[in-house]
Design a protein around this ligand. Structure first.
Ligand code: OSB
Ligand code: MG
Length: 377
């Protein structure tokens, strides 16, 4: 315990950025991109007593999922966001909400720094981050994703994941690789909680085609249409029975309000990185809670720091559906955190230690770090 209370200043002295790269155990395929190697930035925010909060940039090397990349995030952190904190000072991580409003977009860059500062704040108060957020779930609901690898491989992978203890499977679909894949999976696993994620593969002209998925009893279809298609998603929902879940389309609380006004979705995949961190995520969470929209916590094929943050977020009561929360071992031979994330029987136990509850595995960090830069505040 460091004897500090909220309001007396967080005394952040240093911020370190570590550029890391790790190969995935096997490539992750979507119709937009094949991810074989994951780059990221791990952030350490260190206070005057050496207490350290951890954050992670979840942007990819190229802008296939959103417009940000690891490099744009590095630039934003170094040249814009860290200097903002340096010039303003900080007594509470909530102040970042206002401070970051002066910077347009760049959600993943903002989220990474915000994560580190929330984690630091919780560690300064010697309490788990989920406790600060108001989380109540002791274990969070987990699920795994099967990439677009062709029908037979996808069935085999789903089988392996079910044997490992996952109880919900999401599959990637796109035009021409959809109906037959879902039909085969449904035939192989008649009662499985199954959903499909299209990452914007379709247009409204495909409504009749997407209607063919109705017969397979999917839990939902995630982001069938374009990022900007809130109106079209609303029209599509009028034509298909499968509930629509939005991912890429919900970047700001304002997007969420629009989606609610338009009835564009019944479910939201919430990701800290995509929306810019805890402050906006909690706003979106509340909008969903107040308007009967179901929520689950998304994933970004991320490293353990972001995984641990996801678990904190998913302890909130409204995360009533299993998320894309998987074990460290799903993608990594060895993760960068000192306590790997493990899914058992469809859930992950929350950590009881302060902050996000995990630290860095220094040996592994050394192996995967290509560059480190430190900023004194
Ligand atoms: O659309 O949810 C998505 C991975 C990277 C980028 C976007 C998405 C995904 C996933 C995999 O679906 C989630 C995971 O297992 O981490
Ligand atoms: Mg998605």
């Amino acid at each position: 315990m460091n004897g500090r209370k909220a309001g007396s200043g967080m005394n952040i002295k240093r911020i370190k950025l570590h550029l890391i790269t790790m190969p995935l155990k096997s490539p992750f395929n979507t119709h937009l991109q094949k991810v074989e190697r994951r780059e990221g930035i791990i952030i350490e925010a260190v206070d005057r007593d050496g207490v350290t909060g951890l954050g992670e940039v979840v942007a990819f090397s190229t802008p296939w999922y959103t417009e940000e990349t690891v490099k744009t995030c590095y630039h934003m952190l170094k040249d814009v966001l860290i200097p903002l904190i340096e010039s303003h000072g900080l007594a509470h991580p909530r102040e970042l909400g206002m401070m970051f409003q002066s910077v347009r977009g760049n959600a993943m860059a903002k989220a990474s720094l915000e994560m580190a500062i929330w984690d630091l704040y919780a560690r300064q108060l010697d309490t788990p981050l989920w406790n600060l957020l108001g989380g109540t779930r002791r274990s969070v609901l987990a699920g795994a994703v099967v990439g677009a690898n062709g029908t037979q491989a996808m069935i085999d992978q789903a089988k392996g994941l079910l044997e490992e203890g996952y109880e919900r499977i999401k599959v990637k679909i796109s035009k021409g690789e959809d109906i037959e894949i879902v039909r085969a999976l449904r035939a192989a696993f008649p009662s499985l909680a199954l959903l499909a994620d299209a990452n914007s593969a379709y247009g409204l002209q495909d409504a009749d085609h997407l209607k063919e998925l109705d017969e397979f009893g999917l839990e939902m279809i995630e982001q069938p249409l374009g990022v900007d298609d809130l109106v079209e998603h609303s029209i599509l929902q009028g034509r298909i029975n499968t509930p629509i879940c939005l991912d890429e389309s919900i970047v700001t609380p304002h997007d969420m309000k629009s989606a609610i006004h338009l009835n564009s979705c019944g479910v939201v995949n919430l990701k800290l990185g995509r929306v810019g961190g805890y402050n906006p995520a909690l706003e979106i969470y509340q909008l969903c809670q107040d308007n009967g929209i179901k929520l689950w916590c998304g994933g970004m094929i991320e490293f353990g720091v972001s995984r641990a943050h996801n678990i904190c977020l998913a302890t909130l009561d409204g995360f009533s559906i299993p998320g894309d929360i998987s074990s460290s071992s799903k993608y990594w031979e060895e993760d960068i955190i000192d306590t790997p994330i493990v899914v058992e029987k469809g859930s992950v136990q929350r950590f009881e230690k302060p902050g996000i509850g995990v630290g860095l595995n220094e040996k592994r960090m050394n192996e995967v770090t290509s560059f480190t830069e430190e900023f004194s505040l």
